[in-house]
Design a protein around this ligand. Structure first.
Ligand SMILES: Nc1ncnc2c1ncn2[C@@H]1O[C@H](COP(=O)(O)OP(=O)(O)OP(=O)(O)O)[C@@H](O)[C@H]1O
Ligand SMILES: [Mg+2]
Length: 264
C-alpha cells in the first residue's frame, strides 16, 4: 500500500555540517497497518514523516502510495491523501476560529476552494456525532474558539480534523508528547479507536515504550536512519517491555536507549 524504495536524504550537502540521514532506506507497509515508530533523538523519525508528507524533498527514491509515486508531488497535493498531527497542539487547529469552522475547513480540504471557511449547516449533526465520540463535551462547544480549549481538547480535535475525510495515510509525530500523562493516555486511546474504526493506515512516532508496545500491529525502531527492529504479527501482539529490552541487549548499543525513551 505504501512502498518506500531507495530513499536518500542528505542535509546541508557540501557543507561542513553535511549529514546523510537516509541512504537506500526502504520499507513496505500494508493497508490498514497501524505502525508505532520508536528510536532515539535524531534517529530520523520526523525526517521520515517529513519526506513522506513532502514537507522536505528526498534526494532520490520513490514513495509509492496506492501504486502512485508521490516523489514529485508537492506537499499541498500530498496533503489531500496524507494527514498529519504534530506534537504541538497549536499546529493542527486554528485558534481564532471556532470548532465548527475548524471542522468545516477540514472537510473542505482537497476541494477546489479549500481555504474557504464554507460552513455548511447540514454538516453540524455529523460533526456533533463525531465529537461526541471523544467524550470530551466538545459537541456542545462548536461555536467556541479553539484557542480557548486545553491542549488535550485541541489535540483530540486535531485528530478528528486529520481523519474526518478518511485520508489514505495518517502520520502522527509524538502527537501526545506535549500532554500530561493522563491526557496523553486518553488521546492515544482515541487515536486507536479512530484508526481502527476507519481502518486508516497509520505511522505513529512515540517516545513512550508502553504506547509503542500496546498500540498498533507493527513496531519499527529507527537508528541512524535505518530500521533496526521490525516486529509484527503474533510477535508484536505478545511483545512486552522486557522482550523489547532484550532486543536492545542483543543489538548491544546503548546509544539508542535514551532516558526519554525508557522512562516516558
Ligand atoms: N532541516 C534540517 N537540516 C539539517 N539537519 C536536519 C534537518 N532536519 C533534521 N536534521 C537532522 O537529521 C537527523 C534526524 O532528525 P529527526 O528530526 O528526523 O530525528 P527524530 O528521530 O525525529 O528525533 P527526535 O526524537 O528528537 O524528534 C538529526 O541529526 C537532525 O539534526
Ligand atoms: Mg522527531
Amino acid at each position: 500500500m505504501l512502498q518506500i524504495q531507495n530513499l536518500y536524504k542528505t542535509f546541508q550537502r557540501n557543507t561542513i555540517n553535511e549529514k546523510t540521514i537516509f541512504s537506500n532506506f526502504k520499507v513496505d507497509i500494508n493497508k490498514g497497518d497501524f505502525i508505532t515508530v520508536i528510536g532515539s533523538n535524531g534517529a530520523g523519525k520526523s525526517t521520515l514523516l517529513n519526506l513522506i508528507s513532502g514537507a522536505i524533498q528526498a534526494d532520490e527514491g520513490n514513495i509509492i502510495l496506492n501504486k502512485k509515486d508521490l516523489i514529485q508531488l508537492p506537499e499541498h497535493k500530498r496533503s489531500k491523501i496524507i494527514s498529519r498531527v504534530f506534537q504541538d497542539p497549536s499546529f493542527g487547529t486554528s485558534p481564532s476560529m471556532t470548532i465548527l469552522e475548524n471542522l468545516s475547513m477540514a472537510v473542505n480540504k482537497g476541494k477546489k476552494f479549500n481555504l474557504s471557511m464554507g460552513v455548511y449547516k447540514e454538516n453540524i449533526p455529523r460533526f456533533k456525532e463525531v465529537l461526541s465520540q471523544l467524550s470530551l463535551g466538545l459537541e456542545n462547544m462548536i461555536d467556541t474558539k479553539v484557542g480557548m480549549l486545553s491542549g488535550g481538547q485541541r489535540q483530540a480535535l486535531s485528530l478528528v480534523m486529520a481523519t474526518i475525510s478518511n485520508p489514505d495515510l495518517l502520520l502522527l509525530d509524538e502527537h501526545t508528547a506535549a500532554l500530561d500523562p493522563k491526557t496523553s493516555e486518553r488521546i492515544v486511546e482515541l487515536t486507536e479507536k479512530i484508526v481502527l474504526d476507519k481502518n486508516i493506515t497509520t505511522l505513529m512516532v512515540t517516545h513512550n515504550l508502553h504506547q509503542a508496545i500496546n498500540q498498533g500491529n507493527r513496531l519499527l525502531m529507527l537508528h541512524q536512519g535505518e530500521i533496526i527492529l521490525d516486529i509484527k504479527g503474533e510477535e508484536k501482539k505478545s511483545l512486552t517491555i522486557e522482550k523489547l529490552l532484550s532486543y536492545f541487549d542483543k543489538i548491544q548499543d546503548n546509544q539508542f536507549i535514551s532516558d526519554r525513551l525508557l522512562f516516558s
